[in-house]
Design a protein around this ligand. Structure first.
Ligand code: NAD
Length: 291
């Protein structure tokens, strides 16, 4: 079993971004600037946004946080987005999800300028990704690509199983794995909650990307010897032995697959740490495009 160390790879990506920022400063080029919109008081959302801002400091980016009360109307939020779209100093921004129920998430995300859509969720960018045109790839699939490429796992001609079809993970990574590019050229199967014979599909796969959110769902008897597994799942389960009272587990029963698997990402410390670094990489890209 070979462990894919997402924490280490993510640090490396952040170092590379920092190096690019230092070069930009030397050459009197603009410092990349990421902004985040946070609506309401959700604890998890605050934590995610704070981590993004901390990561900006680490690489030398400018960052801005636009905080709004959860009573903000959809129209007012759209106005705020218009202001950020028109603010030339901001290269990219994200709208932290989820939004309050009275605000239509799709309407909001569609108003983010595609040039500043570093989350890659705008239909223009999603469409470009589907067509294989260079664009902002959503952070989690972009992180998965980085982990696979830096671990030198070949995708060409391989049988890949993507479990989960969400718009933020399963759907985009399944498209990217089948594209006709150096990362891609796989034969991709997408499984989901209505799929049958999942065990058979797993056993027939060289690479499994699991994004379901069911703790320790994939067991050792379901996988082929030497296959690679990218475990995207993150679930909090009770753990009285931990001071926090819970632990984070993935979709894969790590112990059970350890004698059979080739490469594997741990949870925590696999895909999770990559997400913020890829958001920053997209922001650097947005800044470079606007030079
Ligand atoms: P989701 O929660 O929107 O959907 C889950 C998917 O799993 C659905 O497409 C569903 O069809 C499929 N599914 C459910 N039960 C199944 C079953 N028994 N067999 C096969 N497929 C089944 O998906 P999401 O937002 O992509 O999240 C999936 C997991 O990944 C969650 O645990 C989430 O926390 C985690 N996640 C992690 C990161 C990260 O940075 N590491 C980012 C996003 C999501």
């Amino acid at each position: 079993m070979k462990l894919i160390d997402g924490k280490k790879i993510s640090e490396k990506v952040l170092d590379e971004i920092k190096f690019s920022v230092q070069n930009r400063v030397k050459n009197n080029l603009k410092i990349p600037h990421l902004a985040a919109i946070l609506v309401g008081d959700d604890g998890a959302s605050k934590t995610y946004v704070n981590s993004k801002i901390k990561a900006c400091e680490k690489v030398g980016f400018k960052s801005s946080l636009f905080k709004f009360d959860d009573s903000i109307s959809e129209i007012e939020l759209l106005n705020q987005i218009k202001n950020i779209n028109e603010n030339d100093d901001i290269d990219g921004f994200i709208v932290q999800l989820p939004l309050p129920k009275h605000i239509n998430q799709e309407v909001i995300l569609n108003k983010v300028s595609p040039a500043k859509d570093v989350d890659g969720f705008h239909p223009n960018n999603y469409g470009k990704m589907t067509l294989g045109i260079d664009t902002f790839i959503p952070a989690t699939p972009a992180g998965i690509i980085e982990l696979i490429e830096r671990s030198e796992i070949q995708t060409e001609g391989k049988k890949c199983l993507v479990i989960g079809r969400s718009q933020i993970v399963g759907r985009p990574i399944s498209i990217l794995l089948s594209q006709n590019k150096s990362f891609g050229n796989s034969t991709v199967t997408v499984a989901h909650s209505r799929s049958k014979d999942l065990e058979k599909l797993c056993l027939d796969s060289d690479i499994i990307i699991s994004a379901i959110g069911i703790p320790e769902f994939i067991k050792g008897n379901m996988i082929k010897k030497g296959s690679s597994i990218i475990d995207v799942g993150i679930t909090r389960v009770d753990d009285l032995s931990s001071p926090k009272g819970y632990k984070i587990v993935g979709d894969v029963d790590f112990k059970s697959v350890s004698n059979t698997v080739g490469y594997i990402t741990p949870v925590p410390g696999g895909v999770g740490p990559m997400t913020i670094s890829m958001l920053l990489k997209n922001t650097l890209k947005a800044c470079e495009i606007s030079d």
